[in-house]
Ligand binder design. Structure first.
Ligand SMILES: *[C@@H]1O[C@H](CO)[C@@H](O)[C@H](O)[C@H]1NC(C)=O
Ligand SMILES: *[C@@H]1O[C@H](CO)[C@@H](O)[C@H](O)[C@H]1NC(C)=O
Length: 256
């Protein structure tokens, strides 16, 4: 029967994390559409990550977490450290959802990172590194500050919905010229700022700030010529006081 088969698969899967000499080989339980899925990986602060060997170079795309409902296949990665990333440094697309992560050293050669549904509050971004990240999905975490994100200069998509942000200084985005989508919905944002600087984002199409605590929207001088959608639903905005100087030539949807 199916349960028996699944259980057997799980046992086989766990045997795949075998020990060869002093190294533990982490292997893919399922490979589908070029994604290698690793389940039942447990990395706590006591794990010696130096002894881990990740799937070989065939896999550019790795997902870690519970993606298939085999029995008892939860994964834990409390801290995603640079040392751990070094073990799988050929990966370019990395998804680690619901693995109880609290801290993350941003990996520099990843193109797409999804770490949604974790407990992340500490994200370390090294100003000396050149990050290749294009898409960052970090929804449903505990972030309070994104000042360091300005070093993610190649970002095109950023989803930070359902975090704990209180304020957002839009100057951060002026370092990220190719950004197309910013989702900051469902945070606790009371106000935005931008100082007196000109925030010019040529490619920004969608800005979602729905379900925050905004009473006004002030981000200094905006120039968002490609903006199509500005979502402000679920905010206590009385009168939308967009700052005096702005340029949205294509804005077709303002949702209040
Ligand atoms: C961002 O994540 C939320 C879930 O928290 C999702 O509903 C939303 O569609 C995502 N935003 C975009 C633009 O994909
Ligand atoms: C505005 O954002 C909220 C929260 O993410 C979402 O539920 C809603 O569908 C969005 N509205 C539109 C029209 O995109």
């Amino acid at each position: 029967n199916v349960i028996y088969l699944l259980r057997k698969l799980t046992i086989i899967a766990s045997l795949c994390v075998f020990v060869k000499g002093r190294y533990s080989h982490v292997s893919c339980q399922v490979v589908e559409n070029k994604w290698c899925t690793v389940q039942r990986l447990q990395i706590t602060d006591r794990t010696n990550v130096r002894s881990l060997v990740f799937p070989d170079d065939r896999y550019e795309k790795i997902r870690i977490g519970q993606y298939y409902s085999f029995i008892n296949t939860d994964s834990i990665i409390v801290i995603f450290s640079g040392e751990l990333f070094y073990r799988m440094r050929r990966v370019r697309y990395l998804h680690m959802n619901g693995v109880r992560m609290v801290g993350l050293d941003m990996p520099d050669t990843i193109i797409e990172l999804d770490v949604s549904d974790n407990w992340l509050s500490r994200v370390y971004i090294d100003p000396e590194k050149r990050y290749n990240l294009r898409k960052l999905i970090m929804r449903n975490n505990l972030l309070t500050n994104i000042a360091g994100f300005k070093y993610l200069i190649k970002l095109e998509e950023l989803n930070l919905s359902e975090n704990m942000l209180h304020t957002v200084n839009f100057v951060v985005f002026s370092f990220i010229p190719y950004i197309r989508l910013i989702d900051l919905a469902r945070n606790r944002i009371l106000f935005t700022s931008g100082g007196q600087s000109v925030i010019s984002l040529d490619f920004l199409e969608t800005l979602n700030m729905a379900e925050n605590k905004l009473t006004t929207l002030d981000i200094g001088v905006w120039i968002f010529p490609s903006l199509l959608t500005l979502n402000l639903t679920g905010n206590p905005i009385g009168l939308l006081s967009l700052s005096n100087h702005y340029s949205f030539s294509r804005l077709t949807n303002i949702l209040l």
